[in-house]
Design a protein around this ligand. Structure first.
Ligand SMILES: [Zn+2]
Length: 461
């Protein structure tokens, strides 16, 4: 995707900076980056005046794009003990039907919808690599190319995370038939990684990271071999401790809990994003916080799958870093992710206003700030209204009643806790408007293609 190299100047009457809400903010953008920013300025003759309150957009740190096609289809009781594992059975059936073109069409529609929701970088945890039955495509990076194409067609930045997936359970158990399209040897994975590196050259919005599906899916030797081979400081993502069963299986296999095992046997640091990390003991909470790794929270998917409640209050008290992802894409709403995270803590504790910090008593402001910082770190981007950051930002609808009526200090709480309509009117990626007045320029064609794929894959029609 090309970046507009022209110098542009933007003016916002209200903008949410790292220092909180400020007025009359003038900022310059060059090569997609903010080069100058000042408050208490006047709009200049050559500046574009943004119509409503302006905030940084949000990085989305966890996605399996193809799963969007089945969102809402697993809400049927087939078994009194339905769980993550019965949801996974349906997901494996859907996987058998998808062509590379289907995957691109689903991802393009998804990415457009995520842009409309205020996300401008997507960490794509991409494990659907091969043909049905497990034979690689002629170009082994075929599916990865489809993801990059989808990101470019939508106009979103992608942090592509090709996934190493080799086994079905702890200790290197053989993969099962349902997993055939995901499986690589370590050597083949490193080749795929090199192909992705090649494909992403000269695409400044896009990043590449290493990804291990989970401790169930790779062995210690595989993790070590990959980390040894890839010397760059790229992000490293892994699903971990999402389910109690996974914790029990890990304990049975190694006498250690998953995060404890990863810390003791491999070690992790700020490059790592531990996706879900739902089931932690107090020591594991402290370890993740001390190592400055990001906990990759996906509150609506975790709620949908019945995973459990992340110990966010204790993690915040430990100064832990976290961000949000939409994972299975049962919800594409940034508002719903943040609200669900806070409300899950309230329901568990039977108390209000759980996720605050000594420096930030306003829940909405704290949620937005932490999700932005953690998302940036996990996606390896720098989104934020400040100099040397990428010029990705959103403009709220100035005509929405709570936007029009509220004082700036209350805007985030009003938006995140009291509005269900989408208030995001315009979305900019690297200084380019990709959503204008709630619309994407190519949305009609992509929507028509998406409808056809949903009918074909889910209804055979
Ligand atoms: Zn996931």
């Amino acid at each position: 995707m090309n970046i507009n190299k022209q110098r542009q100047i933007f003016f916002a009457k209200q903008a949410w900076l790292a220092t909180g809400w400020q007025e009359n903010v003038l900022f310059h953008v060059e090569n997609g980056m903010i080069t100058e920013l000042a408050i208490n300025q006047m709009a200049t003759a050559d500046s574009l005046v943004l119509s409503g309150p302006v905030l940084p957009s949000m990085p989305n740190l966890h996605s399996h794009a193809f799963q969007r096609v089945m969102a809402g289809m697993a809400e049927v009781s087939l078994n009194p003990n339905d769980s993550f594992w019965s949801w996974r059975d349906l997901m494996y059936k859907v996987v058998q039907k998808l062509t590379p073109e289907d995957v691109r069409i689903i991802a393009t529609q998804l990415y457009i919808d995520l842009l409309k929701a205020g996300y401008t970088q997507i960490a794509e945890f991409h494990y659907l690599h091969h043909q049905v039955g497990g034979k690689p495509y002629q170009d082994t990076a075929e599916m990865s190319h489809q993801m990059i194409q989808a990101a470019n067609d939508a106009g979103i930045g992608i942090t592509l995370l090709p996934v190493l997936y080799s086994h079905s359970g702890f200790g290197g158990q053989a993969a099962n038939n349902g997993q055939a399209r995901f499986i690589h040897s370590t050597e083949d994975y490193l080749q795929l990684f090199a192909s992705c590196e090649q494909a992403l050259q000269d695409q400044p919005l896009h990043k590449l990271g290493v990804c291990f599906h989970s401790l169930r899916a790779v062995t210690k030797v595989q993790i070590e071999t990959v980390l040894d081979a890839i010397k760059s400081a790229c992000p490293i993502h892994i699903h971990i401790a999402e389910q109690q069963k996974e914790v029990r299986d890990c304990l049975a296999w190694s006498s250690q809990r998953p995060v404890q095992w990863l810390h003791n046997e491999i070690g992790f640091d700020a490059r790592w994003c531990l996706v879900h990390a739902t089931h932690l003991d107090s020591q594991e909470i402290q370890t993740i916080a001390q190592q400055k790794a990001v906990a990759g929270l996906c509150p609506t998917t975790e709620a949908n799958l019945g995973d459990g409640i992340f110990p966010a209050t204790e993690f915040e008290q430990a100064n832990g870093r976290w961000g949000i992802g939409s994972d299975s894409h049962v919800s594409l709403s940034l508002v719903e992710e943040l609200r669900t995270l806070e409300y899950s803590q309230r329901l568990r504790d039977q108390q209000r206003n759980r996720l605050h910090r000594p420096s930030q008593a306003r829940i909405g402001d704290n949620l937005y700030q932490q999700a932005l910082l953690g998302g940036n770190q996990a996606c390896q981007v720098s989104i934020g209204l400040q100099e040397h950051h990428r010029a990705d930002f959103i403009v709220l609808d100035e005509n929405a009643p709570f936007v029009a009526a509220s004082q700036a200090k209350d805007l985030l709480n009003r938006w995140l806790f009291a509005c269900n309509d989408n208030l995001i009117k315009d979305v900019y990626v690297a200084g380019n408007a990709v959503i204008k007045d709630f619309h994407h320029a190519e949305e009609e064609q992509h929507k028509a293609d998406f409808i056809k794929v949903v009918k074909k894959v889910m209804y055979d029609s």
